[in-house]
Design a binder for this molecule. Structure first.
Ligand SMILES: Cc1ncc(COP(=O)(O)OP(=O)(O)O)c(N)n1
Ligand SMILES: Cc1ncsc1CCOP(=O)(O)O
Ligand SMILES: [Mg+2]
Length: 215
């Protein structure tokens, strides 16, 4: 193990779904999860009613459970509760982490979007979040973003707090090294995985993380 590797936290992959998970998506998810270790998968659908999301979630949740991958629902505490998800990801307008804890229980993974804000992250930590998410680190077409984060935010967080931090926004195998070296516990990735061959992308990200930790 190199000196860098010894001081850096483990850095794991957190996949975010595309907005369309119909058709062959379950097979694509299976390929992605079998290509290299993935810690978590977030179902991120927009403008679809809850019954339909619950229906779409079912096969994906099973694929994740069979592979010990945490299944996280985006935006909705009630949907996470309804389908028995492993957790929920809450943006600043999506609900209160304290309320989420009451409803989902102690074992649930609750994540909170903190943009580029140290204040929001400390507030999320105090509210009992299981991870804080910073971003966007790079340009992205997946979401219209108003906040840009820099790697020193991750190193600052890592130097002060035990709570895991997630980096998100335009992350690829080519650009992830500074985030890994700054101490991201998780890299949350969508476009770079689903825009082409998902298995090759997951393998590439996994290798890039390992190489960054060695450098
Ligand atoms: C891991 C992770 N981090 C940030 C986000 C963004 O959440 P939010 O700000 O609520 O935006 P939407 O994803 O809901 O458009 C996320 N989903 N996951
Ligand atoms: C949901 C979200 N929140 C901040 S950036 C982002 C998009 C992440 O997707 P990608 O990896 O395609 O940039
Ligand atoms: Mg949201």
């Amino acid at each position: 193990m190199s000196d860098n590797e010894a001081t850096l936290p483990d850095c794991q992959l957190y996949l975010i779904s595309p907005l369309d998970v119909t058709g062959s998506f379950p097979e694509r998810l299976t390929r992605a999860l079998e290509a290299a270790p993935v810690a978590a998968f977030q179902l991120r659908l927009k403008d679809i009613d809850q019954h339909e999301i619950a229906r779409l979630a079912e096969p994906l949740q099973r694929i994740c459970a069979d592979r010990d991958v945490a299944f996280i629902v985006n935006d909705s505490i009630s949907l996470a509760k309804r389908i028995g998800a492993d957790g929920v990801h809450l943006g600043q307008g999506d609900g209160d982490p304290v309320e989420a804890r009451k409803i989902l229980g102690r074992g649930a993974q609750i994540g909170v979007t903190c943009h580029d804000s140290r204040h929001l992250a400390m507030e999320a930590g105090e509210a009992g979040a299981d991870y804080v998410a910073f971003g966007a680190f790079f340009p992205t077409v997946t979401k219209a973003v108003e906040h840009q984060a820099a790697p020193d935010l991750l190193s600052w967080w890592q130097s002060l707090f035990e709570l895991p931090c997630v980096a998100i926004g335009g992350i690829t195998a080519e650009n992830c090294a500074p985030l890994v070296r700054a101490g991201a516990d998780f890299l949350a990735v969508s476009g770079a995985v689903w825009r082409d061959d998902e298995a090759a992308a997951v393998t590439g990200l996994h290798e890039a993380i390992a190489n960054a930790r060695l450098a």
